[in-house]
Design a protein around this ligand. Structure first.
Ligand code: PLP
Ligand code: COI
Length: 341
């Protein structure tokens, strides 16, 4: 299919409507058969559950053009599983896993003219989401839901691409110990808006959230998990029941161990330990791995030895190996790559 005339190399992380999106509706206890539509707008009642009580969950994954020109998606089955966990936690119906994967593939295929060509640095971001549609005024779950998927071509999440970021330790909490930090619910992002706006106003790229109960352990940022590299080259990532189980992070731990032969540790990370690390990165579908050069804790600067000019060497190897797998330059573990065509 002929590609759209888009300046692929200069895309930021923004929304651009494409030709087709997927819609399926849930009513009387069942999902309809679903299908593609050209209508980018959603029309719902003024009292819809999503509008009153934020009953909405979502996912994020990407489609890539490989070196040999195929279009593929990365581990969509894990996004389906996580959407299931998110839906259950907010008392929403589950959109079946096989249907989720098929719908992702159908939507990407229908928009293949928008999948950035190999080598442009851009990718197609895929956003599945699920929300309560019928009127709800007493606090209770909706009875009717809509599942949708749209896609949009994107460039790097952080301006400046892979330039190291400066982040701050925030006093705001992202997630309570038994709350919703481990699911991908819109409400987690609504409550992070003030923290990110004020971080940007103060010149920081992102926030480092600490655990809400003790404020002594590293959790995550508003949109990515942390990866650290120790001075003896171990990859360390925070373990917590209130952070999002990042698919990128899970994949990177496997890559570190199986492709790069590195030791990996998923464990609690006391904030006190941060000045000891050699490298730090933010990992996620949107962030891929974005290096962190400086962490500011209430005016006290922690400068990572990897510096403010480029990614640290281990972060770089992880980045190159993961993107190599996603773009088909390296052989993928079984089941990681789902062909679209
Ligand atoms: N943490 C948060 C809060 C996120 O929003 C995301 C993005 O999805 C991630 C981590 C990374 O998760 P994944 O690698 O599955 O995209
Ligand atoms: C993703 O990485 O897919 C996310 O959902 C993060 C979001 C902040 C853009």
């Amino acid at each position: 299919m002929e590609k759209k005339n888009i300046d692929w190399g200069n895309l930021g992380f923004g929304y651009m409507p494409t030709d087709k999106r997927y819609v399926s509706n849930y009513k009387d206890g069942a999902w309809d058969e679903g299908g593609l539509t050209e209508d980018a707008n959603v029309t719902i009642n003024e009292c819809a559950g999503v509008l009153q009580y934020a009953q909405t969950v979502f996912e994020g994954l990407k489609a890539y053009t490989t070196e040999d020109g195929r279009i593929v998606t990365f581990r969509p089955d894990l996004n389906a599983e996580r959407l299931e966990q998110s839906a259950k936690r907010l008392e929403m119906p589950v959109f079946p896993k096989e249907r989720f994967v098929d719908a992702v593939i159908e939507t990407v295929k229908a928009n293949s003219a928008y999948v950035p060509p190999y080598g442009t640095g851009a990718t197609l971001y895929v956003r599945p989401y699920l929300f309560g549609t019928n009127p709800v005024i007493g606090v209770k779950p909706a009875d009717e839901y809509q599942f949708r998927i749209f896609v949009t071509p994107v460039g790097p999440y952080f301006k400046g691409g892979v330039k190291p970021l400066t982040i701050r330790v925030t006093d705001f909490d992202r997630a309570a110990p038994n709350g919703t930090g481990h699911i991908k619910a819109g409400l987690n992002y609504a409550m992070s808006m003030h923290a990110i706006v004020t971080a940007h106003q103060e010149g920081y790229d992102e926030n480092m959230y600490l655990d809400a109960a003790t404020r002594t352990k590293v959790e995550e940022t508003g949109g990515a998990n942390f990866l650290f590299v120790t001075k003896d080259n171990k990859v360390v990532t925070p373990k917590s029941s209130s952070i999002l189980p990042s698919i990128t992070r899970r994949s990177l731990l496997y890559v570190a161990k199986e492709y790069l032969g590195l030791e990996v540790e998923e464990r609690e990370v006391p904030f006190e330990e941060v000045p000891e690390f050699a490298e730090c990165g933010l990992c996620g579908t949107a962030a891929v791995i974005s290096p962190v050069g400086k962490i500011v804790d209430h005016g006290k600067e922690i400068c990572l030895p990897s510096g403010m000019k480029e990614m640290g060497p281990t972060t770089k190897k992880l980045y190159e190996t993961l993107t190599g797998i996603q773009m088909g330059r390296l052989e993928a573990p079984e089941g990681w790559i789902h062909p679209v065509e």
